[in-house]
Write a protein that binds this ligand. Structure first.
Ligand SMILES: *Cc1c(COP(=O)(O)O)cnc(C)c1O
Length: 368
């Protein structure tokens, strides 16, 4: 029995009839970009996230970039300002900042939750700091209450990178509604995944939503009238139609993820392995289940010998990537320690009981 890290074919097979119907509808409509499917999904996703505005864009990186560009247009951020983000995140979080002529400032993370450390954020603030990007890493809501207090105290924008946490809740409030603006990705592997690239911005701010919508479409909301030097990054009709189908099953799928996570947490028992910790189950949608082990390499090899495929998210912190060689001297001990000990094990809604049992059994028999 091979257990792939993620089986997207199996995942999407559950709704293949509905997905194919949706795609056929778009093909037959003769309208493929910026039409009724995008409008419909934007309305549905805004409602899902409990916010008035959602703008569909091409991917998660662009969602983040357009939020930053939008705030520049609103006069809240200017070139050269500093934006604080966690050192242990997908490279896209940092790239969005760099590509917007802003300076990424890396904060360390908390050893238990893997999420950004509010204390490290506060220590990183200077007179140039304008925003904090809170990543809900692995599907767990970042410490938003603490970050909000800091943001208010220093008059900073609080932006969510919710690419891994569609549907997670903080005291009943959805991700996407917990800060000033939020970026989502619908990359196929995410909790809400398209059949290609896709992304969205959600916000309560009408002006920001209007500017981002315009920026994503050549700086125009009316054909051939251009107010901004915008870009082209739009959620296309086929992806929007597919996402409308899959959004209906998001809560059910997140529940399945939680059940698997709880099964792992109850049954994995090995003194060499530390399980992920979380406070409120509603605040975690388990995009990934990440364990830590001092001899990560051996564990990886052991599992792979039993045909269990694992991944590492992420094997290098941002300042250890060559693209950010100018930051290589930074000391962020927790993020650096984690990059050498973390291992993501298979967790996805269509994972079978027999597969879960084999994973637990194999991990419990690991020794070094
Ligand atoms: C996937 C991801 C992104 C980027 O999304 P894309 O759609 O791949 O551009 C950004 N941030 C985080 C935390 C992600 O996981």
């Amino acid at each position: 029995m091979q257990i792939p890290f993620l089986d997207l074919k199996r995942e999407n097979e559950s709704y293949s009839d509905e997905i194919e119907q949706a795609i056929r509808r778009v093909v037959k409509s003769g309208w493929y970009v910026s039409g009724i499917e995008k409008d419909k999904f934007e309305k549905e996703f805004a409602e899902y996230c409990q916010v008035p505005y959602c703008v569909g864009v091409g991917n998660g990186l662009d969602a983040l970039r357009l939020i930053l560009e939008g705030y520049k247009q609103l006069g809240r951020i200017k070139n050269g300002d500093e934006i604080i983000l966690p050192a242990n995140t997908a490279i896209a979080t940092a790239l969005a900042v760099s590509q917007s002529q802003l300076i990424p400032i890396l904060a360390d993370c908390c050893i238990e939750t893997f999420n950004i450390s509010p204390q490290s954020v506060e220590e990183s603030i200077t007179s140039k700091t304008k925003a904090i990007i809170a990543v809900h890493l692995y599907g767990q809501v970042a410490p938003m209450a603490e970050l909000e207090t800091i943001a208010k105290k220093y008059n900073l924008l609080l932006i969510e990178d919710a690419a891994q946490a569609h549907g997670a809740l903080l005291k009943g409030k959805k991700t996407g509604s917990l800060g000033d603006a939020a970026a989502f990705s619908f990359y196929p592997t995410k909790n809400l995944g398209a059949l290609g690239d896709g992304g969205a911005v959600t916000t309560n701010d009408k002006n920001l939503a209007y500017i981002i919508s315009s920026l994503s479409n050549y700086g125009s909301v009316k054909k051939y009238e251009h107010f901004y030097k915008g870009v082209n990054t739009r959620l296309d009709e086929i992806q929007a139609a597919v996402l409308s189908v899959k959004l209906k099953y998001l809560d059910e799928n997140n529940q399945k993820r939680k059940n698997i996570a709880e099964y792992y947490s109850q049954h994995i028992k090995n003194k060499h392995i530390i399980l992920p910790s979380f406070d409120e189950i509603e605040s975690h949608v388990f995009h990934l289940y990440v364990i830590t082990c001092d001899d990560r390499e051996s564990l990886e090899t052991w599992l792979s010998k039993q045909n269990i495929h694992t991944q590492i998210h992420y094997p290098r912190a941002i300042h250890k990537q060559s693209a950010y060689r100018e930051l290589s001297r930074l000391k962020l001990p927790v993020a650096e320690r984690l990059q050498n000990t973390i291992l993501s094990i298979p967790l996805y809604p269509s994972l079978k009981k027999t597969e879960m049992a084999k994973i637990v059994d194999s991990i419990n028999h690991f020794t070094f």
